[in-house]
Every structure is written in C-alpha cells, then in structure tokens.
Design a protein around this ligand. Structure first.
Ligand code: BES
Ligand code: MN
Ligand code: MN
Length: 454
C-alpha cells in the first residue's frame, strides 16, 4: 500500500490511539500527577518503539522523565532531531469545559481535550507519520532522534542538563518541532520566530501582620494599593513598557520583513473574534501582527493578597503578590531585561514596604533565516498534506528549547505547527482540528520521506 492510502486506512485507529494518550492526565505543574506523568512517558516510549525508533529510553531527571529514542539505520541519509512535549497545562477551571478535559471527545470535526493541540496531538502526528513510513516501506527512510520531554509547560527545567551531557549524541542536520500554530485554518505555516519569556514573582510586605483596617487604616501602608500603583506605572499612555532601557536592544523589523508579515493572509476581524473583548490594545505605532510577533511586552499574569472570600472583612493585609512576565524579541537579553525590571520596580516602590523579587524562569527569543533547502521540502510536504502553499510566520509564544538548540547546534529548525490560533491552548475546551491532525500526519510522513531523496 502507498503511504497516503495507508494513512487514510488508519484514520479511526489513529484517532482512538490519540484519545488514549489524551486520557493520561500528564499535568507537569502538579505533583499529584507524578504517576500520570510517568505513565505518559511510558506510553510515548512504547509507541515510539512501535514506530521503528528502536533505541528508546526513559531518562529520569530531577523533575519529570524525558523520552529519548533513536533510529540510525539510514546511512548516508539526513538525521533529524524531533522535539515535542507530553506534559500538559492544568485543566482548571474544570467547570468551564463542555466535556471533561481528560475525556477526549469529537465535536464538529474537532477533538476536544487537554493536550489535543498543545502538544500531545502534534507529537502523535509525528509518531504516526514514522509508523506509516515503517509499515509501508519496511524501514525508516532517514535517521531520527526523538526527544519528548515532560517539563515544557513548566519551563523545561531539566532539559538543558540532558542536552549538555549528550551534545554529541544529539547532533542532527535539522531540528523538527510541531508545537506551534497555523496562521489560520487552511493556511499551512512554518514558524521562523518565537518570543522569549522571562517570568517574575514579587511579594510586598508592609505591616508585620494583618491589621484591622479601621484601627490602622490611614496610617499603616497597604501593600495591595502599593502593588497596584506600581504595576500601573509599568506602561505609559502609548502602551509602551515604561522600564528604562527595555527597548534598548530591540531589533527593528526590516522594511521587507514588515511588509511580508503585514501582507500575510491574517485577518484582524478573525483575531478580534477569537479574543472576544470589547476592544484591542497595544503599543502605538505598530500593527497587531507586529505587536504580537515582533515587539516585546510586559503582562500581569496574576495578582493576589488580602481577603477574597465571601462577604466583607475589614483588613489591611500584610502582604500582596503578583506574577508577571515579559515576552522578549531579538536582540533583547533575558538577564539584562530581568535586571532592568527589578531595578525599576524597586525604584518605584516606597520605603513603606519590603519587596522580594524572584525570577522564576528566563528564555531567549528566537528568529532564524529560512533559506536552507530543507524549508523547500517542508513547503512541499505541507502542500502534499493540505493542498495549499505554506506561509512563513513568526509567533508570540515561547519554546525555550528551540532557541537553546539553535544556539548550540546552529542547525535549521523547522517548526511545522498544526494547531490553530483559536483552539484554546492552556484554556478550557482546548481542541485540535481533525483536518489538521490527519493533514499533519500526511505532511510529516511526506516530509520525512522526501528528506531521504537528496
Ligand atoms: N506550544 C507552546 C508555545 C507556543 C504557543 C508557540 C503558541 C507558538 C504559539 C508552549 O507549550 C508554551 O505554552 N510555552 C510557554 C512557555 C513555557 C516556558 C511555559 C509560553 O509560551 O507561555
Ligand atoms: Mn507546547
Ligand atoms: Mn503550552
């Protein structure tokens, strides 16, 4: 049977198998899911073996295991390193899911469930593409190294130790990743840029303990008020980040790239619909696409403190907290940015509170040229899978591993994403379009096959 017919004949089986993967609650952020994380790692290892990746190991790390496998039986043919993650974001708030997060369900030609788009569904696409090649031609046409980690959603903490210890072994001609999105439905896309991410937490302490707001209000400092005032000063009226030097190293878009990005088949109307807010905001002087992909931002992710339970409690809290992050673009340096952010916050704070400032994670931005011939093969493969010519896009999200790998090995990184921007990654009702899932398997199988023909 030829490759395309084989894949077509396995539609139902593939989908059922993906559902099994999705039922495993591999939430990396929560220790109660440790057994599920381990189960997911074993599941991936077993399926990789079934797809012809013969040397598969589950590598224990300080946190969650990493699945690493190799099949190096195509001498003279290229070697790719495929990277993905089997861990998922927490599913909460559970009551906002139409059907339960870990009971995958098909509705309107979409598969719903945590991890469908990010990233289990996309990892499964590659496993099934490899398997299809093995089953139709008896062997894998190229050399593959596969790395599926379990800590991506918590910052890929342990990954780097493994890479450093296995530099030689991880050498490849190209890195292949499917953990991004298409520009829009029916528009296969190759991502050549991601933003970097620094994540921070601050804790402000005023009084030594909570105080009665009638007895002390008016004289004792309120850390929540101070936190709110401080945060409000981090943007100016034009929505620029008001931290001295924040934009200092930002690489401006070239005229040509600006033109290319703004003429993509991207519809602001669709984007507004996906966001669903009464209006949009953003840095003055830039289009929405530029704001999302090529400009750095500062975002509040959570703020808490004081009394938030039922009814009223008159209290001046001792502490107030915020979690926030900065998305970075070339050529901003994460360490330098973290130092500038901390300096400015400390400068803004009055002497009446103490501040504990933590940087929870740092990650560099990534943008790379796509002139290497492998990108032409990627375009052809996506065309075979989707019947449309692929476009080159940048995205606002972050995959720390891609930058690190690119810096370390300096090989082309092919990011073929099969998600869609409105598929609710990290949110309730996450889903994956079945059209993209099956088109993804066809494209990736074709891509790997084509890589063998030099
Ligand atoms: N798959 C996403 C990254 C992504 C999303 C890339 C959308 C392009 C478009 C990844 O799983 C993710 O969520 N990354 C985190 C960073 C990580 C350090 C927790 C992110 O971007 O917030
Ligand atoms: Mn992901
Ligand atoms: Mn994610």
């Amino acid at each position: 049977m030829d490759l395309a017919s084989y894949i077509e004949s396995k539609r139902d089986a593939h989908l059922e198998e993906l559902k099994d993967f999705l039922r495993i609650q591999s939430v990396s952020a929560k220790s109660e899911h440790k057994p599920d994380i381990e189960k997911a790692a074993r599941w991936v290892a077993e399926k990789l073996r079934g797809a012809g990746v013969e040397k598969v190991e589950i590598v224990p790390t300080k946190m969650h295991p990493l699945v690493y496998g190799e099949s190096l039986r195509a001498p003279g043919k290229p070697t790719i390193l495929f990277y993905g993650h089997y861990d998922v974001q927490p599913a909460e708030p559970l009551d906002l899911w139409t059907t339960p997060a870990f009971e995958p369900t098909v509705r309107d030609n979409n598969l719903f469930g945590r991890g469908t788009a990010d990233d289990k569904g996309q990892v499964h696409i590659h496993i099934k593409a490899l398997e299809a090649l093995l089953k139709t031609s008896g062997k894998l046409p190229i050399n593959v190294k596969v790395m599926i980690e379990g800590e991506e959603e918590v910052g890929s903490v342990s990954l780097w130790d493994f890479v450093k210890a296995n530099r030689q072994r991880l050498q490849a001609d190209a890195l292949v990743v499917s953990d991004t999105s298409m520009l829009a439905r029916g528009v296969p896309s190759i991502t050549y840029g991601l933003r970097g991410l620094n994540y921070y937490q601050i804790e402000l302490t005023g009084a030594a303990q909570d105080l009665h707001s009638g007895v002390f209000g008016g004289a004792a400092p309120n850390p929540i008020t101070i936190l709110a005032e401080t945060i409000a000063k981090l943007h100016d009226a034009n929505f620029r980040v008001a931290i001295p030097g924040f934009y200092q190293d930002v690489a401006p878009l070239s005229k040509a790239e600006r033109k290319a990005l703004n003429s993509l088949p991207w519809k602001e109307k669709e984007f507004r619909k996906t966001v669903g807010s009464p209006g949009l905001c953003g840095e003055k002087g830039f289009t929405v696409v530029e704001r999302l992909w090529a400009r750095p931002t500062l975002e509040l992710n959570g703020i808490w403190g004081g009394y938030t339970g039922e009814g009223a409690k008159t209290v001046i809290p001792s502490k107030a907290y915020a979690k926030f992050s900065t998305r970075l673009v070339p050529n901003q340096n994460p360490e330098k940015i973290a130092a500038k952010v901390e300096r400015q916050i400390r400068k803004l704070l009055p002497k009446t509170v103490q501040c504990k400032f933590e940087v929870l994670s740092m990650g560099k931005p990534w943008v790379a040229p796509y002139s290497h011939p492998i990108f032409q093969k990627a375009i052809r493969a996506l065309e075979a899978g989707f019947g449309k010519r692929a476009v080159f896009i940048r995205e606002g999200g972050s995959i720390p591993f891609v930058t690190q790998m690119h810096d370390t090995f300096n090989v082309p990184c092919v990011l073929m994403g099969f998600g869609l921007p409105d598929e609710n990654a990290h949110a309730p009702d996450e889903h994956l379009s079945l059209e993209n899932y099956f088109g993804g398997i066809r494209s990736v199988a074709r891509f790997y096959e084509d890589l063998a023909s030099v």
